[in-house]
Design a protein around this ligand. Structure first.
Ligand SMILES: Nc1ncnc2c1ncn2[C@@H]1O[C@H](COP(=O)(O)OP(=O)(O)O)[C@@H](O)[C@H]1O
Ligand SMILES: O=C(O)C1=C[C@@H](OP(=O)(O)O)[C@@H](O)[C@H](O)C1
Ligand SMILES: [Mg+2]
Length: 164
């Protein structure tokens, strides 16, 4: 059984995923890191040189492969829900946690320079939220608020996951 974190860019998937894996003694994988390792290119370079649609193809493929992992906390990229095939397979491999962080909080916390969709215009995140919120909700088994401090989020995550 895996735990799959989904949510907006900057919602805390990578940060909370790592500490959740440690707390639950599970493995941890971040899908953006897998893409960077496998291609030898940064996410920024892939977007710039090959475009978003090519990145989404890679992302879907990595979601599909990650669905074969076991006992792993998997942090996705914010757009992993955009391709139905990959996220559906991932969902079949475990519990999906939607990390729900208010956009205003994300904007205060996050350096968007490594996030190509937002690096030139962080306010675009509001439109992304409107476009994606129904997808995040539809794939979620659990909705977890990450507006407080990371320890609080971690404690809530462990408690909720214990009950599902
Ligand atoms: N609960 C939290 N409190 C304060 N800062 C946080 C919290 N969760 C995440 N962050 C910070 O928010 C930023 C985005 O987190 P990150 O894990 O990279 O998000 P994602 O992987 O969803 O894009 C990082 O600077 C991270 O340290
Ligand atoms: O929301 C998105 O479309 C993206 C989110 C990023 O990951 P994070 O959600 O970890 O920032 C990364 O995959 C890429 O920049 C695209
Ligand atoms: Mg991340």
């Amino acid at each position: 059984m895996n735990i799959i974190l989904i949510g907006m860019p900057g919602s805390g998937k990578t940060t909370i995923g790592k500490s959740l894996a440690l707390a639950l003694e599970m493995d941890f994988r971040d899908l953006d890191c897998i893409i960077e390792e496998e291609t030898g290119r940064s996410i920024t370079d892939i977007f710039r040189e090959s475009g978003e649609s090519y990145f989404r193809d890679l992302e879907e493929e990595v979601c599909m492969k990650a669905s074969l992992l076991e006992n792993t906390v998997i942090s996705t990229g914010g757009g992993a829900v955009l391709r139905q095939g990959g996220i559906t397979l991932l969902k079949g491999s475990g519990k999906v946690v939607f990390l729900d962080t208010p956009v205003d909080t994300i904007m205060k916390r996050t350096d968007f320079s490594g996030r190509p969709l937002l690096k030139d215009d962080a306010s675009r995140i509001r439109r992304l939220y409107e476009e994606r919120i129904s997808l995040y909700r539809s794939y979620a088994d659990i909705v977890l608020d990450n507006s407080g401090n990371p320890d609080e989020t971690l404690k809530n995550a462990v408690n909720i996951l214990d009950r599902v």
